[in-house]
Write a protein that binds this ligand. Structure first.
Ligand SMILES: N[C@@H](CCC(=O)N[C@@H](CS)C(=O)NCC(=O)O)C(=O)O
Length: 222
């Protein structure tokens, strides 16, 4: 059986949980926080989560794992269509990760855990997030899904990355990031209404106190 390493508060882990739920694939979740122990580094070279143990070996990097799951398991297709359409889904997912997820991450400590970020970093992130969402608005369809009329992997990346990026933008810059892309807020609402998404959100809520305690310890050690 597939084993998925990660924890229920992790947005990357939740992307794969949603992919597996939509494709109705059984797997075992191995609750793991990112760590640099020799044991976990032997599984994931960066110590990050998620990682997927397959029958053939381990895979890391969420987009790669998502494509592997899509090719090998379940009926629902997360990268459907012609080779061009598949490439477009990957393009949009990559834009979301590079231009929303990664800049927002630079401010997570201040936005979510009260650990301040340098003013210059915040200035850069504010600009990057506005550029990122405006770029996505030009590239994506949002009618109603990111890549057009069909749900795809790009929506999974959008759901779990644009959500956190929007929280960062709202908390630190008082900006409504989704308003930069017509259709984005409506899509976010639609995706959050999916039953699979609600189950994952409940697990995230339930797992948050334990994660906060783990983080408080981690920040004390720094
Ligand atoms: N590029 C990785 C990023 C995964 C990632 O950043 N995961 C977070 C948890 S949501 C993590 O492990 N953070 C710890 C760290 O960066 O050391 C992927 O696509 O899977």
């Amino acid at each position: 059986m597939l084993k998925l390493y990660g924890f229920d508060v992790s947005n990357y882990y939740n992307m794969l949980k949603l992919a597996l739920a939509i494709k109705k694939v059984d797997y075992q979740g191995i609750i793991t926080y990112p760590n640099q122990t020799p044991e976990y580094l032997a599984i994931c070279p960066t110590g990050k989560v998620p990682a997927l143990q397959t029958d053939e070996g381990i895979l890391v990097e969420t987009n790669v794992i998502m494509e592997y799951i899509d090719e090998n398991y379940g009926d629902a297709q997360l990268y459907a269509g012609s080779s061009y359409q598949k490439a477009r889904i990957k393009e949009l997912a990559k834009m979301i990760e590079l231009y929303l997820e990664l800049p927002a991450r630079r401010c997570h400590t201040e936005a979510f855990w009260g650990v301040p970020v340098h003013e210059q970093t915040k200035k850069e992130v504010k600009r990057a997030l506005l550029n990122g969402m405006q770029s996505l608005s030009r590239a994506a369809s949002f009618s109603p899904y990111v890549a057009g009329d069909t749900f795809s992997a790009a929506d999974i990346f959008f759901l779990y990355s644009a959500d956190l990026a929007s929280s960062v933008a709202r908390k630190l810059f008082d900006i409504d990031l989704l308003a930069e892309a017509p259709g984005a807020a409506a899509l976010m609402k639609k995706l959050n209404e999916m039953p699979e998404v609600q189950v994952i959100a409940q697990a995230r809520t339930d797992a948050t106190p334990a994660f906060n305690a783990y983080l408080a310890e981690a920040f004390k050690k720094k």
